[in-house]
Design a protein around this ligand. Structure first.
Ligand code: SRM
Ligand code: SF4
Length: 587
């Protein structure tokens, strides 16, 4: 492919000298921000340059530029940390962050509002404590996800260990990361081009992958990692506590762009079954296919899901077999049987006689407000030294707690006003939102900050309809990129513009089906009003134990729209209908 044909990011990567670019010089130039090309390379180091969008306008009025800072993401395979690592990470939130930790939907941790001048302290300290930010972002394999629960059967299958092993094999090999963040002196003087030093990226090559790449491992029967949404999903087959084989899914991914039908969310397809000894080779070969055939011209068409959709599974499998030099066993989609998607909250016994406690973290934000979550978790970790495991639902599992310590742990939760799982309202328990404003540069609308109020209103509505116990799953994002996986759940609220959302309905609680757009340009205040008649109909018409998502899917978005919505594509009509008290949505 000619240099002119590839996207700008591809050219930056090619010139970036295995992720170095001019980062070392820029780190020391005394400015509060990095230049444009560097911001692309920074992502591979786990850093996004952002600016505080809350103060943009006001600063512009005063003739000031954006207030720059960085989001720094730690990649934590399977979400697992020691108590000591957690305490260091917690302290760093005060030293070089904004006093909060943000647990991500991929079991990582993010710092927000870190100043450029504090990056070396933050990343150097993390590394000194064996936590990395390398490949937390960028066109590489991102943080590997895995069911975090140390339940007896899962511990025996040891997926956590496998996840960490895979993660190690899939990290970029460039020494630039350590030179920059762990040994700053050397970075500043490291000028030799990689070929002279014999540096190579054996898996990725000099321009890495065409796009981000995600891998997740599910425990059979429990789709807590949303396995269909990954570029590669891995589901073991376990017999007598031994992993016999793995089903490999390919081509999942959720990002899309409003009004651009060539972009779409897609669930992964089961591709093949491989024995344990062939797992790593197979994963690497699939990554190689995406490296060599993924679209490097158009980043909106560069994810593996488009390659899988356009090639078809047969061609994809043939290419995989050719690379492996052997045939692979076809997957049996029927073998994937999901009984549940556990959030793992509350107390659960472990294999070793100890217990783990799953604690809800609203929107993944570990902070102190009315609920003193950050202080409470810190106190429990200091006192009882549990192992920490973050979940794909942005929650935390405190593991290895002795039977006798359970009352004292609960007392600490109460003292810090942290709700026990039995005190959580069903909708709040399962709700997910992305950070959106004010940090995310791509947000079209609010998410994390407004979501608790939406969740409360929805719960109140359900109570008034006699549906108080319904655990309806709702997820909100500030834009269609899908960071809180809003398309693989029952209700997805996706930012459309200032204060406006597209409402998606009809996914299932097990994440095995995509939902469908129901209404567009819905004002935040109207979201619950829009859902009310649907919920009432669901109450009267549901079959047996049918969930809300299953009901919406059975009836279909189109029929639901005909029954409940005055549809119009003209925003002015929509506003007029609203004023006249009629329900109106545009689609
Ligand atoms: Fe994401 C971009 C936050 C999980 C799809 N995501 C971003 C950025 C970095 C915005 C940017 O590019 O400037 C967001 C930073 C906001 C901030 O201020 O912190 C961001 N994504 C997040 C997190 C923190 C959301 C959360 O609530 O936890 C998650 C971090 C996970 C991690 O630890 O690695 C996060 N992002 C996801 C997921 C869910 C998942 O992976 O399970 C998705 C959908 C799955 C997928 O990848 O298809 C997701 N994020 C995106 C996309 C769309 C990608 C696409 O294929 O189109 C973007 C935009 C992009 O890449 O251009 C994006
Ligand atoms: Fe930002 Fe959009 Fe992701 Fe939310 S979904 S964090 S608004 S990119």
């Amino acid at each position: 492919m000619g240099d002119q044909q590839v996207s700008k990011v591809e050219r930056i990567k090619a010139a970036g000298d295995l992720l170095r670019g001019t980062l070392a010089e820029e780190l020391d130039n005394g400015e509060d921000r990095f230049g444009g090309d560097s911001t692309q390379l920074l992502k591979f180091h786990g850093i996004y340059q952002q600016d505080d969008r809350d103060v943009r306008k006001e600063r512009a009025k005063r003739g000031l530029g954006p207030d720059h800072s960085c989001m720094v993401r730690a990649s934590i395979p399977g979400g697992r940390l020691s108590a000591e690592q957690y305490l260091v990470m917690d302290r760093l939130a005060d030293d070089v962050g904004n006093g909060t930790l943000r647990v991500t939907t991929r079991q990582g941790i993010q710092y927000h509002f870190t100043r450029k001048g504090d990056l070396r302290t933050l990343i150097g300290t993390l590394n000194a404590n064996l936590v990395t930010t390398l490949a937390a972002c960028g066109d590489v394999v991102r943080n590997l996800m895995c069911c975090p629960a140390p339940l007896a059967d899962r511990e025996r299958a040891d997926l956590q260990h496998l996840t960490r092993q895979l993660s190690r094999h899939l990290k970029p090999a460039t020494p630039a990361y350590w030179q920059l963040w762990v040994d700053g002196e050397r970075a500043a003087s490291a000028v030799a081009p990689p070929d002279q030093e014999g540096e190579v990226e054996p898996l990725y090559g000099p321009t890495y992958l065409p796009r981000k790449f995600k891998v997740g491992l599910a425990y059979p029967g429990d789709n807590c990692v949303d396995v269909y949404t990954h570029d590669i999903g891995i589901v073991p087959r376990i017999a007598r506590d031994q992993v016999e084989s793995f089903t490999i899914l390919v081509g999942g991914g959720l990002g899309m762009t409003h009004n651009k039908p060539s972009t779409y969310p897609r669930l992964g397809d089961p591709l093949c079954v491989v024995p344990p000894a062939e797992l790593l080779d197979t994963v690497k070969a699939i990554i190689g296919i995406q490296r060599d055939h993924g679209d490097r011209r158009d980043r909106k068409h560069a994810r593996l899901k488009y390659l899988v959709a356009e090639w078809g599974l047969q061609r994809f499998k043939a290419e995989l077999e050719q690379r492996l030099g052997r045939p692979v066993e076809p997957a049996d989609p029927g073998a994937l049987d999901w009984e549940r998607t556990d959030d793992h909250l509350g107390w659960h016994p472990q294999q070793d006689g100890r217990w783990f406690l799953g604690v809800r973290i609203q929107n993944g934000r570990v902070e102190d407000g009315q609920v003193r979550l950050r202080a409470g978790l810190r106190r429990i970790v200091e006192r009882f030294r549990p192992e920490i495991r973050f979940t794909p639902r942005q929650d935390v599992l405190l593991c290895g707690i002795r039977e006798g310590d359970r009352p004292a742990v609960e007392a600490e939760l109460r003292a810090h006003r942290i709700p026990l799982v039995t005190e959580l309202a069903p909708v709040a328990r399962h709700a997910l939102a992305c950070p959106a404003l004010p940090t995310c540069g791509l947000a079209l609308a609010e998410a994390e900050r407004v979501f608790p109020a939406v969740v409360d209103r929805l719960q109140t509505e359900l109570e008034s309809l006699g549906l108080a116990e319904e655990a309806i799953h709702v997820r909100m994002t500030g834009c269609p990129n899908g960071c809180a996986r809003p398309y693989s759940t029952e209700i997805g609220l996706v930012g459309r513009g200032h204060d406006k959302y597209t409402v998606f309905l009809g996914g299932d609680a097990h994440g095995t089906r995509l939902n469908a757009p129901y209404a567009d340009h819905v004002a935040l205040d109207d979201v619950v009003d829009l859902l009310r008649p649907l919920l009432a109909a669901y109450r009267h018409e549901r079959r047996d134990r049918e969930t809300f998502g299953d009901y919406c899917h059975r009836v279909g978005a189109e029929r639901l729209r005909q029954r409940f919505a005055v549809t119009t594509t003209d925003r002015r009509d929509h506003e007029r209908s609203r004023r006249e008290g009629r329900q109106s949505v545009s689609i």
